[in-house]
Design a protein around this ligand. Structure first.
Ligand SMILES: *Cc1c(COP(=O)(O)O)cnc(C)c1O
Length: 396
């Protein structure tokens, strides 16, 4: 049997390679930071991590995790409801709710699990989920696992959302679901308009703050802060794997009855191990830091403004963004790949994205800014972009 299957897989993999979407992994041999070392020995400036606040190797967090590792050892070896709940998990859940201005929270091994386990326990075939077309894969998978009727609206298109809400009026409950920041363009969900339509058509709202928590809003509280609607959405999901330290862990936070039901019925929570105590301890320290100072957010916002204004002044075509994601539009897939390769030669690590990750003829280089970047590093990247842009005849 395996002979046939092996042949089948080999062929499929070959097709992935031919289509140009085969993913090779670059191997880091240093901590995750603004400057990284790869296994070829090359040191490069990193503009493609989700390390928005530079917390992936923050000394305070390493100290909190190390101390906890010594005191509480390595793992929990249990799901939460058997013997896998520690005081640290409870404290972290409280801290997450405090950060977002919500009532309660529940931890998962990852946000992929939070999204995978949020719909099925709450909604049935009598209900409707109305989802943005560009929502993250984990939301799409979570919706698939739920029996609710599915409605889809074009990205951030409020006319289309209104139409879908009208079509869903005969359902018992309606839930509108959106990413906070859409990761390919960096645009932010129009939360005020979504909430207005939700009120008009009697729907609840869920937002995934994975790319926005810690990042957008004056104090980094995410899109509900940016759009002035803290405490107004029923469900927020997010990750501890991006701005919040980049280790592992996800969460759902919101109305307390919703969280209570998830604790009873959410399958990735009930049937998967609880996060290591050291990760919880570092998470607690991280949320304390978020309360103590706004320095990292201020630096991230300043870095983002600086980079984008210099790139625009140089003549690059930048997608409108309200986050720390900056899409440098090149449109042509081959060109985007070549541009990224040449930037790596210049010591700048970025990724070119093309179809099917973004629409056809919308190829781009995605730059992710971080509070860890120093101005000289931003300047080095901007100079490299300009140099390569001239070599490839994108800039005059
Ligand atoms: C990264 C991301 C996730 C997955 O988070 P993990 O904790 O890494 O599983 C989910 N949703 C969105 C919008 C994301 O960007």
């Amino acid at each position: 049997m395996y002979d046939k299957f092996q042949k089948y897989l080999t062929q499929q993999i070959e097709e992935i390679k031919i289509s140009g979407t085969y993913k090779n992994e670059r191997i880091l041999v240093s901590p995750q930071f603004s400057e990284i070392k790869i296994n070829t020995g090359k040191e490069v400036l990193n503009f493609c991590a989700n390390n928005y606040l530079g917390l992936a190797n923050n000394k305070e967090l390493v100290k909190a995790a190390t101390k906890c590792l010594e005191e509480r050892a390595y793992g929990m070896a249990s799901v939460r409801f058997i013997c896998g709940t520690s005081d640290l998990h409870k404290e972290l859940e409280t801290k997450i709710a405090h950060f977002f201005g919500t009532e309660d929270s529940i931890l998962y091994a990852a946000c992929f699990d939070a999204n995978g386990g949020v719909f099925e326990p709450l909604l049935t075939e009598d209900d409707a989920i109305i989802s943005d077309a560009l929502n993250h894969a984990s939301i799409i998978d979570g919706v698939r696992l739920c029996k609710a009727q599915r409605f889809r609206y074009a990205n951030a298109d409020m006319k289309d959302l209104e139409k879908q809400l009208q079509d869903a009026q005969s359902c018992r409950f309606r839930l509108v679901v959106t990413d906070g920041v859409f990761s390919m363009d960096g645009n932010v969900a129009p939360m005020q308009e979504i909430l207005t339509l939700a009120a008009k058509y009697d729907a609840m709202v869920m937002v995934d703050e994975s790319h926005s928590a810690g990042v957008v809003g004056k104090t980094g509280r995410g899109v509900t802060e940016l759009h002035n609607c803290r405490g107004k959405v029923e469900i927020i999901t997010g990750t501890l794997g991006k701005a919040f330290g980049g280790a592992i862990g996800g969460f759902t936070t919101g109305k307390k009855e919703i969280i209570e039901m998830l604790r009873q019925r959410s399958r990735p929570y009930l049937f998967s191990n609880s996060i290591p105590p050291m990760v919880a301890a570092a998470g607690i320290r991280m949320f304390e830091m978020m309360d103590e100072t706004n320095q990292l957010q201020d630096k991230l916002h300043a870095n983002t403004d600086y980079f984008i204004s210099k790139m625009k002044a140089a003549g690059f075509d930048i997608k409108p963004t309200q986050s720390a994601i900056c899409a440098v539009m090149l449109y042509d897939a081959t060109l985007a790949g070549k541009f990224a390769d040449k930037l790596l030669e210049e010591g700048i690590y970025v990724i070119g994205f093309s179809y099917p990750v973004v629409p056809k003829d919308q190829a781009r280089i995605r730059v992710q800014l971080s509070a860890a970047h120093e101005t000289e590093q931003l300047d080095k990247a901007i100079h490299a972009f300009i140099k390569v842009g001239k070599e490839l005849n994108i800039l005059k």
